[in-house]
Design a protein around this ligand. Structure first.
Ligand code: 2NL
Length: 333
């Protein structure tokens, strides 16, 4: 019995010392020291021992149990310590690492100007209207009193999908659509911002795609002097109080009379910034408004041009290249 206990001790000690992980260690504990374990098994046979031998073997077995238990808890502690230090290592946080920054964008200068212009006109009672960029010949030209052989209608000057469908060359078709939708009711006071397309070679001052804002007022008794007042208010708000404005006679198929509007810049003199005029009676009539009863004025401006003058931008292509060095300059505007 003594030899069996000694052999068990040696076998168990060897196994416990070389065990690879905590789980296997716990299995060994059950195997050697558990209720159905080997040590218990040996002790069950003690009944066959003489009364003199019994306490000696009993005490030896208890010593062995104690030693094995101690060895097991040492190993347990060392596995736990190892596991903890691995966990700590894995969860290590380097608080000196640079943080992850989430870059904050800024409003595009064109949208910035569109918002400013919209705010100014909304302050004067206008509503903002939008419409499709792909238009029919009717809304883009015919309803606006362009003659069949007008050069803008040429395939060379506009982007056509079919002879009837094209990319709009101005936002006027949105205004015609708004007039039609209002079915002869007044007042009409709208501005229409949006992208427009013309077949141009791109350079510092031309782009085949640009942004336009047009305005339209139709009511009883709308006059040229109201146009003058609305445009002067707008110009003073966007370019500063006291900015001088002048009107020059011009021509558009859809207005009569038509004017070109200039502002005075101390460094460059008179600069053209928009076109305007009294809505042509034929345009009112086609859209369902009796030109004997109602009159209207309209105007149109290139947003890029306004932004270029306001911020001193010398090349229209800056608006489309998305160079962050350009765009970031408008962060605080
Ligand atoms: C320019 C000139 C203009 C209009 C646009 C318009 C619209 C309707 C009726 C009459 Cl529905 N006119 N729009 C009027 C005058 C000038 O734009 O130089 N744009 C960049």
């Amino acid at each position: 019995m003594r030899e069996r206990l000694q052999a068990l001790k040696e076998e168990a000690t060897e196994a416990i010392e070389t065990v690879a992980d905590l789980e296997s260690l716990r299995e060994l504990k059950v195997k050697y020291l558990g209720k159905k374990g080997e040590l218990t098994g040996i002790l069950r046979g003690m009944g066959k021992l003489s009364p003199e031998e019994r306490p000696v073997i009993g005490s030896l077995a208890n010593d062995i149990r104690g030693q094995l238990e101690e060895l097991i808890s040492e190993r347990e502690a060392s596995f736990e310590e190892k596991a903890l230090s691995e966990k700590l290592h894995l969860e290590k946080i380097d608080v000196t690492l640079p943080g992850i920054t989430h870059p904050v964008g800024s409003v595009h200068p064109l949208n910035l100007i569109i918002e400013q212009i919209e705010d100014i006109f909304v302050g004067m009672g206008f509503e903002v209207a939008e419409g499709p960029e792909i238009e029919t010949d009717y809304y883009n030209f015919e309803a606006l009193n362009f003659l069949k052989d007008h050069p803008a209608r040429d395939m060379q000057d506009s982007f056509y999908f079919t002879p009837e469908m094209l990319l709009r060359t101005h936002t006027s078709p949105v205004q015609v659509r708004t007039l039609e939708a209002k079915e002869g009711y007044v007042p009409v006071r709208i501005i229409c911002p949006g992208k427009v397309y013309r077949r141009d070679d791109d350079d510092a001052t031309h782009s085949h795609q640009f942004t336009q804002i047009e305005g339209l007022v139709v009511d009883r008794g709308v006059s040229m002097s109201e146009l003058n007042g609305v445009l002067l208010s707008f110009i003073e708000k966007i370019f500063g109080e006291g900015t001088e404005m002048r009107l020059r006679p011009s021509y558009f198929p859809f207005t009569e009379p038509s004017v070109e509007v200039d502002i005075y810049d101390p460094e460059r003199g008179w600069i053209e910034i928009l076109g305007a005029g009294m809505v042509h009676p034929r345009v009112l009539e086609k859209a369902g408004y009796n030109p004997e009863r109602y009159t209207g004025f309209a105007f149109g401006m290139g947003v890029e041009r306004i932004a270029m003058l306001k911020y001193g931008i010398e090349d229209i292509r800056h608006f489309y290249n998305n160079d962050l060095r350009f765009l970031r300059q408008f962060r605080s505007v």
